[in-house]
Design a protein around this ligand. Structure first.
Ligand SMILES: *Cc1c(COP(=O)(O)O)cnc(C)c1O
Length: 421
């Protein structure tokens, strides 16, 4: 496996970009070894600029549920792009994506498209505060909700990998209105509502957490979050930007039987192009400008090329029963890894993590018992076998519908080979 061109490009990139990257985890800092320079992707494979081919489990960090360069999505993009890259006006492409989302989530009344998951969460929080007239937001440690100030408190994802749960540059005031409790902790949930219930604008969580590695939400915990929000008239926000259409066929609403007031979507719904959406109950959503007083806007929001890519992707996702396929591929891994010694293997649908710990991982504290240097070695071992994993213990691995059962088996056996070494 050569990586001369990738190493050279990274050296050059360091002159232009802080740390050589435009998003921290791409630096491969926590696992060592050079970063991979993407040349192209096709199906379950990505190719680097040195010509190496990898079996890919990064899945573009979520969007590539149908595999890379999925033909119907690429064709939709080409067709839309030829008509103009940006409209700045309404397009029927927005309607096409909205219709696909409504097919999957008939319980949402209204939605607004934005350009990233971060924006979706930012808007959901503003809406919740306006709707309730309250300030406090409850979040779970280890859940990641984008890089907005109020959510970068005990967050997961890159923030976790780099051990900077609280970023400098965020005012004390921004952090003061965010209360952090442990994930899956019913007692903490009851306590925080007992003390601050009538000040809580919203409780936000990932129903299946994917940004401290995969940590499924406990059903009783999610239901308790739902009933407490109802009791105290706080808005329950499900952040489905990663888990939606990935950890389960639809969202936590269907999976746990708990209906949130607002849901944040992203990643998959743009088919690989930048997108986010906030959606939910009409009485909350209609507070958004111009139908209501809560301001939110975006030059690129509802961009027709993005909307067409997303619509084509969700259409195929529904038509091909993609969730069933990725879940079945996951079962192949379960057979090999569920009882593997010295590790905690977690899978929800098409997302999985192999934690290097003997402890059962249920929250951030237990996730952090993982031996990250063992993970780093594991990552390099997989790279040397042309298998590409997210370069962090705390990022989820993704299965796409382009993967094949024999490849899942090959990967599972390589995991066992490493574990038993
Ligand atoms: C990726 C992610 C976000 C942020 O989305 P961006 O598009 O990167 O801004 C928010 N929440 C969750 C759960 C995510 O996985």
């Amino acid at each position: 496996m050569t990586s001369k061109k990738s190493i050279k490009a990274f050296k050059e990139a360091k002159k232009y970009f802080p740390g050589g990257v435009n998003s921290p985890v791409r630096a491969f800092k926590s696992v060592g070894g050079g970063p991979v320079y993407f040349s192209r992707g096709k199906g379950q494979y990505i190719y680097d600029i040195d010509g190496n081919r990898y079996l890919d489990f990064i899945g573009a960090w979520g969007p590539a549920v149908l595999g890379h360069a999925y033909k119907a999505a690429v064709d939709a993009v080409k067709k839309a792009a030829a008509k103009g890259l940006c409209a700045g006006l309404n397009t029927v492409s927005e309607l096409r994506l909205a219709v696909e989302i409504k097919k999957l989530l008939p319980w949402i009344n209204m939605m607004r498209f934005v350009n990233s998951g971060t924006e979706a969460v930012m808007t959901a929080i503003r809406l919740s505060r306006a709707y309730t007239g309250r300030d406090v937001i409850i979040k779970m440690s280890g859940c990641y909700h984008g890089h907005l100030d109020s959510m970068l408190v005990s967050a997961g994802s890159g923030a976790l990998t780099f051990g900077v749960p609280d970023s400098p540059g965020i005012t004390k005031a921004a952090g003061r209105d965010t209360i952090v409790i442990p994930y899956n902790d019913i007692d903490a949930l009851e306590d925080v509502f007992a003390v601050s219930g009538n000040k809580i604008a919203a409780l936000i969580l990932e129903p299946v957490a994917g940004n401290m590695g995969v940590v499924p939400g406990n059903g009783a915990f999610i239901r308790k979050a739902g009933s407490l929000c109802k009791k105290y008239n706080s808005v329950l926000i499900f952040d489905e930007i990663m888990a939606g259409f990935r950890a389960y066929a639809r969202t936590g609403k269907e999976y746990y039987g708990v209906e949130p007031g607002l849901v944040c979507l992203g990643k998959i719904i743009g088919g690989g192009l930048p997108v986010g959406a906030v959606a939910g109950k009409k009485e909350i959503m209609s507070m958004l400008a111009p139908s209501g007083p809560v301001y939110q806007a975006g030059t690129f929001s509802g961009n027709p090329v993005v909307m067409e890519a997303g619509a084509a992707t969700l259409k195929a996702y529904i038509r091909q029963d993609t969730f069933k396929k990725i879940n079945k591929l996951g079962l192949v891994l379960d057979d090999l890894l569920a009882n593997a010694p010295g590790v905690h293997y977690a899978r929800s649908g098409g997302m999985f993590t192999l934690f290097f710990t003997n402890v059962k991982v249920t929250d951030l504290k237990t996730a952090k018992t993982s031996d990250t240097s063992a993970f780093a070695k594991f990552h390099r071992f997989m790279m040397s076998n042309n298998i590409l994993l997210p370069p962090s213990q705390f990022e989820a691995c993704f299965i796409s519908s382009a993967h094949e059962e024999r490849q899942m088996e090959f990967f599972g056996r390589k995991c066992l080979e490493y574990i038993n070494k």
